[in-house]
Design a protein around this ligand. Structure first.
Ligand code: GDP
Ligand code: IMO
Ligand code: MG
Length: 426
């Protein structure tokens, strides 16, 4: 069976964790293909909440093998802690397989992430301060340490020496920070963490291809989202990897023909954490209502998310960028609070109407959203399970999204719980 990709269509936190978990029931493998513990993917099962950072959202099913692909950046201490926390709650993590080619997040990556943000002052990106950007930068600069280096003490120490010489200079001369002690880093990584990580390391590319060859279902779980993509997002207000569906290939070791389904996750409104342009952002009471009803606070960092109306111009572009075959629309229940709801169908810029995302980002920073206002539905949706359970106004809202985005909406989220969704039929 070809693989399925789950990808965020906005700026993250669309509900990828919930949908991945939902679809993982029928999957043999669930592979994370990029990002690191900047992600926070929430799954709610039987009233229990699991907030996953590095471990793929398939971990809750005993038959599913969670895989951390080569495109991910791994802080081994976080991985060990996440496994321990899940085990303490009765979740078996022994099936987890981690790619030896995945890069390691090192202590200096945190230092540099924090110091860079501080030095940017009011121009800061608002990163998660988890060392993600600096770790990917080292990967591209070819001075990164990889998960497999934990298996070879000599190589680990050599690579650490080379990297640390540069990092300590940068920390001291550019950021006026104290140098880090390489021996202490090596002690923690080689003595404490390597013995825990070693049994998890495996041939993830081989595993994925064996599963595909055997006709089993494989799922590729994106973290972050289309507009946080290093190439296609609102640069520089992005993350340092490729969450878009193309990244699912490089980050897991398959080719485009191995994928036949791309599920784009879109929240029924939009949120963004950190800085950057956001044409449909709202403020005041409306923003407070969205944030409070939607519990829009970061899963990991606790930061309040910036809310806004759903932007169909961006969603349509995301459908193209990812070759999305279907859309899962989440959190429709949150909009039940409103008498009317808005959808952004175009932008206005210097008297002109734009119907696609402008290629020049300065324009995106200055556009004004053009809205269509639709009647709200008022009713509580949280118990809906079939399309017919949704009020007519809610169905119309969903249909308009599918029409503009040029992709069918197949799932509608009506609450955080695993069972709280409608299999939508237009
Ligand atoms: P992710 O990063 O894309 O996995 O999303 P997060 O887990 O960071 O944020 C999504 C939040 O919305 C989580 O708290 C989910 O439990 C919750 N959620 C997901 N789907 C729905 C839904 O349909 N309705 C409601 N009310 N909450 C949802
Ligand atoms: P999930 O997978 C929302 C944002 C940060 C910041 C920018 C760069 O839960 O959707 P980074 O630490 O990656 O260098 O920060 O990206 N960001 C996210 N926003 N959800 C996420 O993950 C995010 N991961 C990173 O807030 O603006
Ligand atoms: Mg999240």
């Amino acid at each position: 069976m070809p693989a399925t990709v789950v990808v965020g269509t906005q700026w993250g936190d669309e509900g990828k964790g919930k949908l991945t978990d939902l679809l993982a029931r029928d999957m043999r493998l669930v592979v994370r293909y990029q990002g690191g513990h900047n992600a926070g993917h929430t799954i709610v099962v039987g009233g229990e909440t699991f907030a996953l950072q590095l471990i793929p959202s398939g971990v809750l099913y005993p038959e599913t093998v969670p895989v951390i692909g080569n495109g991910v950046v791994v802080d081994p201490a976080v991985l060990v802690a996440e496994c321990d926390a899940l085990e303490a709650r009765g979740i078996d993590t022994s099936r987890l397989v981690v790619s030896g080619n995945a890069h390691l997040i090192m202590p200096y990556h945190y230092e540099i992430d924090r110091a860079t943000e501080r030095s940017l002052g009011k121009n800061k990106l608002g990163t998660t301060k988890r060392g993600i950007g600096p770790a990917y930068a080292d990967k591209a600069a070819r001075i990164g340490l990889r998960v497999q280096d934990l298996l070879d003490e000599k190589i680990f120490r050599q690579k650490l020496d080379v990297a640390l010489r540069e990092k300590n200079l940068v920390l001291a001369k550019v950021f006026n920070r104290l140098a880090l002690d390489g021996r202490e880093i090596a002690r923690v990584y080689l003595e404490q963490l390597a013995p825990r990580i070693a049994p998890m390391i495996g041939d993830t590319v081989g595993l994925v291809h064996e599963a595909l060859d055997a006709g089993e279902n494989v799922m590729l779980e994106g973290a972050q989202a289309t507009y946080l993509d290093l190439d296609h997002g609102t640069y520089p207000y992005v993350t340092s990897s490729n969450p878009t569906a193309g990244g699912a290939c490089t980050g897991s070791g398959i080719g485009p023909r191995d994928i036949n389904r791309v599920v784009g996750i879109a929240k029924a409104y939009v949120t963004r954490v950190g800085a950057g342009p956001f044409p449909t952002e709202v403020e005041g009471e409306l923003a407070d209502t969205l944030v409070e009803r939607g519990h829009e606070y970061g899963t990991n960092t606790g930061r309040r998310r910036r809310p806004g109306w759903l932007d169909l111009v961006m969603l349509r572009h995301a459908v193209r960028l990812n070759s999305i075959s279907e859309i899962a629309l989440t959190k429709l229940d949150v909009l039940s609070a409103f008498e009317s709801v808005k959808l952004c169908v175009a932008y206005e810029y210097e008297g002109e109407r734009l119907t696609s995302v402008p290629y020049h980002q300065s324009v995106l920073h200055r556009v004004r959203p053009v809205y269509e206002e639709l009647p709200g539905w008022g009713d509580d949706l949280s118990g809906a399970t079939e399309t017919g359970d949704l009020p007519a106004a809610a169905r119309d809202y969903v249909r308009m999204i599918a029409e503009y985005a040029k992709a069918p909406v197949t799932y509608v989220g009506v609450g955080p719980g695993r069972e709280q969704y409608v299999r939508f039929a237009a």
